[in-house]
Design a protein around this ligand. Structure first.
Ligand code: G3H
Ligand code: ZN
Length: 288
């Protein structure tokens, strides 16, 4: 079984991206694991701090490790958007394959100091845990948006610069970097999200050399994804699209079977709706 580091390096070399999907229920885990099975591609199951609290960190790691061992498939676990060093340490101790310290809203210097502390802890853990750093504010929360959140770095002037990315990577020693390159968390109600800047992706990728992660994948056009991946994005995060599929299919399922009480029955279409979204995204990211 490949480690996540090996899987991401392979994706980086082959100019394709691995799908990272946020989960907040057992059904969502089933859907993402199922999508990995359908496509025979690696998947990263992501849980932010709030999502982790739904399961309990230890229970979640035990569940995912068991699924991985029993199926023999590449299923990795990422501690997504973690805002304190303490919670990064907790995730490393619990056995996550990767952790993200999200200091995008901190000052550049403070982000460096705290990210560096996370990297040092990961290195001392005795396991190969990847640490991802964040540069540039792209909004918070996987939800439907009426308008772009205030302060998001989506213009060429405000998005992550090559110089900042390089300095950040050199000083922190992170394994992966999530830059702001036109991406935002959440999905605009009125249409597609802002366009990505694939040239900036290329410049940053060339300068830092480590794999780049694209957050805020929901609402991005297929063309933008393909361009950004060809320029150096090695992981793409998707959450809002899964949540929308989950909620819409659940509403429909309950409407169609108003008397049904067995969750494993009324949740069945929900799992397949979320699975379908993940399959479509995985294929696109892998160039299939
Ligand atoms: O970390 C999670 C994501 O970046 C997902 O963003 O909700 O816009 O797909 P999204
Ligand atoms: Zn994100």
């Amino acid at each position: 079984m490949k480690t996540l580091r090996e899987a991401v390096q392979e994706a980086q070399q082959q100019k394709r991206a691995i799908g990272h999907f946020n989960v907040a229920s057992v059904e969502m885990i089933q859907a993402v694991v199922g999508a990995g099975k359908d496509t025979e591609l690696p998947v990263i199951v992501g849980v932010s701090e709030g999502e982790r609290d739904v399961f309990g960190t230890t229970a979640l790691v035990a569940l995912l490790h068991t699924i991985r061992e029993k199926t023999g498939r590449e299923i990795y676990l990422n501690a997504d958007h973690t805002y304190s060093v303490e919670r990064v340490k907790e995730a490393i101790d619990a056995g996550f394959d990767s952790v993200i310290f999200d200091g995008a809203e901190l000052s550049f210097e403070e982000n460096i100091v705290k990210t560096k502390e996370c990297v040092a802890y990961a290195r001392a853990s005795g396991r190969d845990v990847l640490v991802e750093g964040e540069l540039g504010f792209i909004g918070i929360g996987s939800k439907m948006l009426d308008a772009l959140p205030e302060g998001v770095a989506v213009t060429d002037e405000t998005m992550t610069t090559v110089a900042d990315a390089l300095r950040f990577v050199q000083e922190t020693g992170v394994d992966m970097l999530a830059p702001a390159v036109g991406n935002v968390h959440g999905m605009l109600k009125g249409g597609h999200n802002p366009q990505l800047n694939p040239e900036r992706v290329a410049e940053i990728a060339q300068a830092v050399e480590i794999p780049l992660v694209l957050h805020g994948g929901s609402g991005i056009t297929d063309e933008d994804f393909t361009a950004a991946i060809s320029k150096g994005i090695s992981i793409v995060h998707i959450s809002t699209e899964l949540r929308v599929a989950y909620r819409q299919s659940l509403q429909l399922s309950l409407q169609e079977s108003p008397e049904e009480l067995a969750p494993y029955k009324f949740m069945k279409p929900v799992i397949s709706a979320v699975r379908d979204v993940a399959v479509r995204r995985l294929k696109l990211f892998a160039g299939l």
